[in-house]
Structure formats: C-alpha cells, structure tokens
Design a protein around this ligand. Sequence first.
Ligand code: PEP
Length: 250
Amino acid sequence: MRTPLVAGNWKMNGSRASVKELINGVVDGAKAINGVDIAVCPPFIFIADVVAVTEGTNVAVGSQDASTELKGAFTGETSVEMIRDFGCKYAIVGHSERRTLYGETDEIVAKKFGVVKNAGLIPIFCIGETLEEREQDITEEVCARQIDAVFAAHGENAFEGSVIAYEPVWAIGTGKTASPEQAQAVHAFIRAHLAKRNADIAEKVQILYGGSMNPGNAKELMGQGDIDGGLIGGASLKADDFLAVCAAGQ
Ligand code: PEP
C-alpha cells in the first residue's frame, strides 16, 4: 500500500510573520494526523524559518523549484545542494506555472528532475494538460510526453523514489476540479505508462492530484485507487483547510 502524501505549494505568498503563524498552525494540527506524509513548500526565502519549526515533527519541507545548475555564476538561482543543506526533503519540478510563465521545456524539467534526485531530494514532478489539450482529447499524449522526457534523460528506473503530481492546468487556482473519475482515469493511465518501463516502481510511486483540491473534495479524490494524495495550492495557505485535506488522506 502507498502512503498518501499531501504537499502544500505556498507559491509566492506570505510575509515572515504570516508564514510563522501558518507553519506553527500546521505543525500543531499535524500532530493528530497519522498515516499521511505531510509537506509544505514555502518560497525559498522562508525555508530556513519554516524548517526551524518543522524539525523533529511529521511535517517535511520542500522547495518550489531548483536550478538545473549545481553552482557558480547563475544569478538568482538556488542549487539542489543549498536546498538539501537547508533541510528540505522534496523539490517541486515542472510546475505548470514554471512551464508556462518561465518557458521551462520538458527537457529543462527533466534536467531539474535529475539534479534533484542526484542530490538525495525527492522530486515532486508536475505534469498535466491545458484546457485546449483536454478539449483536443490529447491529455494522455501530453502526460506521456512529459514523462517520457524524464525516461529519455535518466533511464528506465528514473522514477524510483520520486513523486508525480498530475495537475490539469485548467484546474489550478481556478476553483474547477477534475471529477474523481476524470482524475482517476488519468492517474491510472500515468501508472500504466510507468509500468511499461518498470512495474515495481510504477506500483510504488505516489501520484498526487493537484488542481483546486480542498477540504470539500479531498476525501472523494483521495478515495480513488490511483490517487495517492494531493498537491495543494490555495487551500494550503490556511492551516485549518490544509490540515482538513491532510486528514482526508487518513
Ligand atoms: C498548484 O498550484 O499546485 C495547485 C494545485 O493550486 P490550487 O490548489 O490553488 O489549484
């Protein structure tokens, strides 16, 4: 059985004071939650403050991105070694906002996936189709292409010890959620696609759903056979909402 993972993606939100309040609330409430992996992904600049609160608790920390480069003259970038050094366990790679707003191609995302894994971090690898692509009925093709870029760069066992987040772009931050049946169908496709390379790894990979998951829909989504948790944007910014989503995974 796969343990569910609920990860909060705080995006570019919060102040030093509000982040302190949020993480204290999450850590406090998470004490009552068992059988669910919990993580939060703050903006880089808050990671140290957040880790100071989460150390020794059941809440892990992740970054929202990572540089393709390991060190040197790359102004504005943050390396995987720095991310690990500051106490992160996870790193999100390939979030649709990075792909669409910052031009990250499948190849760039695949490179990030590799450096993250090599640093001993767990990549939360985001994939998903746009509304236009769903309407053209090419959701599976798009997800397969995004996954295959990682296989091409890192080989048949690339997804060992990694997490995938299926995030239909049309559902992110829009209040529109994929129905449990729609999401399950894509998750099952993703797992089957991974299984063509390595069935054992495919069975173990946590596949999260992301896209307007909230306390009202989390239980039904996570009740689907191939949905192993969630990547949560908006609802992760309020401790009570985030904790309610985490509790739905129990
Ligand atoms: C996300 O950005 O990863 C996300 C799922 O956002 P939201 O929950 O706000 O749709």
